[in-house]
Design a protein around this ligand. Structure first.
Ligand SMILES: Nc1ncnc2c1ncn2[C@@H]1O[C@H](COP(=O)(O)OP(=O)(O)OP(=O)(O)O)[C@@H](O)[C@H]1O
Length: 628
């Protein structure tokens, strides 16, 4: 989510988003409130690794004991030297202690880093599992780059909680309290003074820690903005170049990078306060101990050896205090990022919010006599909600705009028949296919598959019966084979080659010695528009679905490509029910039935010749395309 400030310049540079993200200006409604995570939301990530963390805690205790023993030994050494006795064993014991503490801390370090990486892994898994299952409407409203940034960047902040945070603090607090007790035994008066100084610094650090969380969350939001801006420019790089907009795009991305930097500096400033506070606490308490301690040695209240070990314990106590302050810092930073992770993880996945209209129909309950697809008085509107994810909405109140797109659509697509949907741009044709695929559910009315309301069918089962070739970007980055196997991973090479020939694409195999393994590039750039569409048709064909939905590309094709597309459609129409959205009437004139849609309403149904006679809009479309 973004909190980017809206500027006229930015609005000029960037097209207004078609729709908006569904979270007002933060859950609390205050402008700078974003998703917040509570400390307890971190715990499941820690519990997942409780065994390793227990080992680390045991190591911390051992390490703490080894550290605490050092001043005691030093004090012994002084006493023995003062008494003029030989040191022997004491020195060896001291050396052994130092080595043991070093080994323990090394092993502990390794375990912590490993666990930190594992926590990042599980956060990423959770996010991706949830993200790819979100309802399609979420993708209409969120920026891809921001989603990617949550997986790539926000998750990494959880690493620091483990490596420099909590567990370290547990070991540290043991040393802290151990040292405290030892100091209490040595000299309660000196301890009282020291605790006073330290208490002041602890209160100060805790009071600024909330600001670290907020600043860190904002920083992550800015990183999300940056990723979204980069994604936006790169995905449209050809248009950007062709529009001579490269410099403006660089400036826009630069601005987001600058925004992320500014927030980073804010985090650094607030965190920087924490470090000197620990240092000052050490210095002041050291001076107090030296001054008052020297006076107490002179007055005979304590011995020199006691004062030296008191000072060593003081160092020991301050060190974990610094660690604890660091832990508070990193936990707060992680909570800022966790809020953004949790925001996605908490979203309902597709189907979770279904208002069950009735019990699920049994698999295979579709009737063989019913039409393949039937629309009965279907009304539909897209819901749009304002969110902070887009720059232009800052300061706007949360609002819901409901736009009617389909108004009482009724038609039936016969089994084994070819049905074409035609109509002007924006009439609602693609929306009709989206309702068949259950990317959205109708606001009222019913869409039936084989006579069964699609809301009674399991989505996976429904989609396994329907092939869908979408209008744009139907090719995925990867090889021709990967593209073909997307919906039918079991298909053999021979099946792949056969479908490629069926859609007149056999020729692409000879273009590269790699054949099916030839890369089609990001968005399939090495294929022409017409070839891309035929590859997508081949993919759908490979799964051999009984119903095929084809949203024909609006891009114009040359005569040869158009002929090839017609042949491909003829090939896919065989033995199945085909619903094709046609922008070129020539590809559908011989359909069994043509449904004419205008402004979300069916204005005519019939064959080409019937419609030319009965429906003025169709006649007009046909005239424009020189078919009458
Ligand atoms: N995800 C969406 N969120 C909000 N509105 C949408 C969404 N998708 C489409 N619309 C709107 O719904 C209306 C119908 O769009 P649709 O894509 O179904 O039309 P179409 O007839 O397929 O157009 P074209 O022939 O240009 O592809 C349009 O006004 C469009 O702006």
């Amino acid at each position: 989510m973004s909190t980017t400030t809206s500027t006229p310049e930015k609005e000029d540079d960037r097209p207004a988003p078609r729709s908006r993200s569904p979270f007002g200006r933060g859950r609390g409604g205050k402008p700078d409130e974003g998703p917040r995570a509570k400390f307890r939301q971190l715990l499941p990530f820690l519990f997942e690794h409780k065994k390793v963390l227990s080992v680390v805690i045991v190591l911390s205790i051992l390490g703490a004991a080894a550290s605490l023993a050092q001043p005691l030994l030093v004090s012994q050494v002084i006493t023995v030297v003062q008494a003029g006795n030989p040191l022997d064993m004491l020195v060896w014991a001291l050396i052994a202690l130092v080595i043991i503490s070093g080994l323990i801390s090394g092993f502990q370090h390794y375990l912590l880093q490993r666990t930190g990486t594992s926590v990042v892994l599980s956060a990423r898994r959770q996010l991706v599992h949830r993200m790819l299952r979100l309802p399609i409407s979420q993708f209409d409203t969120r920026r891809t780059g921001d989603l990617v940034s949550r997986v790539g960047s926000d998750t990494t902040l959880l690493y620091a909680v483990i490596t420099q945070g909590l567990v370290d603090a547990i070991g540290g607090s043991l040393v802290f309290f151990g040292a405290l007790i030892a100091m209490l035994v040595i000299d309660p008066v000196l301890l009282g003074l020291t605790v006073l100084v330290i208490a002041v610094s602890v209160v100060t650090v805790v009071s600024i820690s909330g600001r670290v969380r907020t600043a860190s969350r904002k920083q992550q939001e800015k990183v999300g903005d940056l990723a979204a801006a980069v994604e936006r420019s790169i995905s449209a790089i050809r248009t950007v170049r062709a529009s001579n907009a490269t410099e403006r795009e660089i400036a826009a991305v630069d601005k987001d990078a600058q925004g992320a930097w500014e927030q980073g500096v804010k985090v650094a400033k607030i965190s920087a306060l924490v470090v000197p506070i620990a240092g000052i606490a050490l210095q002041v308490s050291f001076l107090v101990v030296l001054g008052v301690g020297g006076f107490r040695v002179a007055s005979g209240a304590i011995t020199i050896a006691s004062l030296v070990s008191f000072i060593l314990f003081l160092f020991m106590m301050i060190m974990p205090l610094g660690q604890a302050f660091g832990a508070i810092n990193s936990v707060n930073q992680a909570l800022g990022a966790l809020g953004r992770i949790q925001e996605i993880v908490d979203l309902p996945i597709e189907g979770q919010d279904d208002r069950a209209i009735a019990a699920l129909a049994a698999p295979g309950s579709a009737s063989p006599d019913a039409p393949a697809i039937e629309f009965e008085n279907v009304h539909f509107r897209y819901d749009e909600k304002v969110a902070p994810g887009d720059s232009s909405e800052q300061g706007a109140e949360k609002e819901e705009v409901e736009t009617g797109v389909l108004h009482g659509i009724s038609f039936a697509a016969g089994r084994g028949k070819r049905t074409a949907i035609v109509g002007p741009s924006g009439a609602g044709k693609s929306t009709i296919l989206a309702l068949i695929e259950r990317f959205y559910d109708p606001t009222s009315g019913a869409v039936r598959f084989g006579g069964v309301d699609v809301r009674q069918l399991d989505r996976v089962e429904l989609r396994s019966q329907i092939g869908y070739v979408e209008q744009d970007a139907p090719v995925l980055a990867g090889s021709i084979r990967q593209n073909l196997l997307l919906g039918s991973p079991e298909a053999t090479d021979a099946d792949c080659v056969e479908v490629l020939h069926a859609v007149n694409l056999g020729e692409v195999l000879s273009r590269s010695p790699e054949g099916l393994d030839a890369a089609v590039g990001e968005d399939g750039v090495m294929l022409s528009g017409g070839e891309r569409q035929r590859l997508a048709i081949a993919r759908a064909l490979l799964a051999a679905p009984p119903v095929l939905l084809l949203d024909e590309s609006t891009s114009s094709l040359d005569g040869l490509n158009e002929q090839m597309l017609r042949e491909a459609i003829d090939a896919v129409a065989e033995n199945r029910s085909l619903i094709v959205i046609a922008h070129r009437l020539s590809t559908v004139v011989d359909s069994d039935q043509i449904v004419v849609v205008d402004h979300g309403r069916v204005v005519g149904v019939g064959t080409h010749s019937e419609l030319v006679a009965s429906t003025p809009l169709y006649r007009e479309l046909a005239k424009h395309q020189l078919l009458v």
